[in-house]
Design a protein around this ligand. Structure first.
Ligand code: URA
Length: 291
C-alpha cells in the first residue's frame, strides 16, 4: 500500500465515507500538478452520491444554527456590545505581544458581551512552531467547559481529518478560533458569533498568525473564512472553496466546518478535496520542486 493509499484509508475510516477516492500514483502529465485525488474507485452508491454533490446548491440551514452554519447565519440582535475598553488592548498593542502576553490579554478580555456568559476563554492550542494552522469560528459548549479548542464532537472529526493528511493536534498543528469566547443563543445552544464580535476578537487571531507564521492556513467554515479573508457577510462559502485564498501572503484553503460535516456527511467528499489542496499547497511551499 502506498502512503497515499494509507492516507486515504485513514481518511475513509475516520470519516465513515464509502470507497471513492484513490490518490493516483504520480503520472507524467505535463502541467497537471502533483498526483491528485481522482474518483477512480467508485461504486454505484457513490456515483449516485457524487451526482447529488455536484447538483447540490449552497446549503441553507434552519436558524439559529449554532456553530458553523456555512450557508447562513442567525440574525443577531445588534444591541450594543458590553465593551469594556480598558480590557481590550488596541490593535497596535496586540501587534507587539508575545505568546504569554497575548494569552494573558485574551484571558482578561471583557471586550464584548460574550465575556458575560463564558466559563472561560479558549485561546487556542498546539505546537507554536507548527506550519499548519486550522481556524474555527469559536468555542462551543464543551470547549467553554474545558478551555481548549475542538474538544467536542466536531473536534473528534477534526482529529480524523488531521490524521488523514498526516497531522496530529499538539504535534504539528495549531488550532485556533476567530472568537475566544463561546457564543450561545437565548436557549443556550451554540451559535455563530456576530460579525461585530468576530471583528473585535479577530486582532487576537491576527497576532496568533503573525507569531506562528504558518505555511498553510485552513479556514474551517464560513465564519472563519469570512473573518480571515475579510469578505462581505453575504459571501458564500462555495465561492471561496476550491481555489487558493490568501491571508496576507499566507496560502489559505477554505473548507467546511467539521460540525457542518457531522450534519452533512456527504460533504466530506468535498472536504477531502479541500484537504488535498491544502496538502499540495504545503508540499509545494516546502519543496518548490514538487509539482
Ligand atoms: N467549533 C469551533 O469552531 N471551534 C471550536 O473550538 C469548537 C467547535
Amino acid at each position: 500500500m502506498t502512503p497515499e493509499h494509507g492516507r486515504r484509508a485513514v481518511f475513509l475510516q475516520e470519516l465513515g465515507v464509502g470507497a471513492i477516492w484513490v490518490r493516483r500514483a504520480a503520472e507524467p502529465v505535463a502541467d497537471s500538478g502533483p498526483a491528485v485525488e481522482a474518483a477512480s474507485v467508485i461504486d454505484v452508491a457513490d456515483l449516485a452520491a457524487l451526482a447529488s454533490v455536484a447538483a447540490r446548491p449552497e446549503p441553507v440551514l434552519p436558524l439559529p444554527v449554532g456553530a458553523s452554519a456555512e450557508g447562513a447565519h442567525a440574525a443577531w440582535d445588534e444591541a450594543p456590545l458590553a465593551t469594556d475598553p480598558a480590557t481590550l488592548p488596541s490593535e497596535s498593542e496586540i501587534a507587539l505581544m508575545d505568546w504569554p502576553q497575548l494569552q494573558a490579554a485574551v484571558t482578561a478580555c471583557r471586550g464584548c458581551d460574550l465575556c458575560r456568559t463564558r466559563n472561560q476563554t479558549v485561546f487556542g492550542s498546539g505546537d507554536r512552531r507548527a506550519k499548519w494552522l486550522f481556524v474555527g469560528e469559536g468555542p462551543g459548549r464543551t470547549e467553554d467547559q474545558q478551555g481548549a479548542p475542538f474538544v467536542g464532537p466536531a473536534g473528534k472529526l477534526l482529529d480524523g481529518m488531521l490524521a488523514a493528511i498526516g497531522l496530529q493536534r499538539d504535534a504539528n498543528v495549531y488550532l485556533a478560533n476567530v472568537v475566544k469566547c463561546r457564543s450561545a443563543d437565548a436557549n443556550g445552544a451554540d451559535r455563530a458569533p456576530s460579525p461585530q464580535q468576530s471583528a473585535l476578537c479577530k486582532h487576537y487571531l491576527e497576532r496568533q498568525i503573525a507569531l506562528l507564521q504558518p505555511t498553510v492556513i485552513v479556514a474551517l467554515g464560513k465564519t472563519a473564512a469570512l473573518a480571515l479573508l475579510e469578505c462581505a457577510p453575504d459571501t458564500s462559502l462555495a465561492s471561496l472553496r476550491g481555489q487558493l485564498q490568501y491571508v496576507n501572503q499566507t496560502p489559505t484553503v477554505v473548507t467546511y466546518h467539521p460540525a457542518y460535516l457531522l450534519r452533512n456527511p456527504i460533504a466530506k467528499r468535498e472536504a477531502w478535496d479541500d484537504l488535498c489542496m491544502a496538502l499540495r499547497t504545503y508540499d509545494q511551499s516546502t519543496d518548490p520542486a514538487a509539482e
